[in-house]
Design a protein around this ligand. Structure first.
Ligand code: PNS
Length: 156
């Protein structure tokens, strides 16, 4: 059985995340969304809300599980017996840091990082930008699932 871990802060989950999750779910038997617990001062939503939104947006994907983790991603992967991490790559600007993390994770644990290139329609999207647009009253309905847009509208 093929299993992959797809990690992130998901603060909040965007259509770009969903695109990568759906494509991963169509190629692996199981995809575990590993939502990091501690995202520090930049965070907006608490862990329960981030997970709740992830659950709502992925309920159509029967082979997707959601979990949280604290500490090193490789420790989470080891505890779950998973050797593949899936990451989305939006642009060259993502690549340098993602390469560093992939190589560090490879050294720390027996894990391979596989990159899915983001669909071009989502390559400009980030959770941070979505939060900023929403904070100033902009329309984010093209960028996030409806349930997320509704939640962001309540934060303004
Ligand atoms: O959605 P994000 O914020 O880009 O996700 C980043 C995340 C959570 C995947 C990354 O920060 C991470 O793996 N954090 C866990 C701590 C860790 O393992 N750090 C070493 C990475 S080489």
């Amino acid at each position: 059985m093929t299993v992959a871990v797809c990690p992130g802060s998901f603060d909040p989950v965007t259509n770009g995340h969903l695109d990568v999750i759906e494509r991963a779910a169509s190629r692996f038997d199981t995809v575990i969304l590993a939502c990091t617990q501690n995202i520090g001062k930049k965070g907006m939503l608490d862990l329960d809300e981030r997970i709740g939104l992830l659950e709502a947006c992925t309920s159509h994907l029967s082979n997707v599980e959601i979990a949280s983790f604290d500490g090193l991603l490789v420790d989470f992967c080891r505890a779950r017996g998973v050797g593949v991490i899936i990451k989305g790559l939006r642009a060259v600007s993502d690549f340098e840091y993602e390469l560093q993390m992939a190589q560090m994770n490879g050294r720390l644990g027996d894990v391979e990082t596989l990159f899915l290139t983001t669909s071009p329609v989502y390559s400009f999207l980030s959770s941070s930008l979505v939060k900023e647009v929403a904070r100033f009253g902009g329309d984010v309905s093209d960028f996030v699932p409806e349930v997320v847009a509704d939640r962001l509208a309540r934060t303004q």
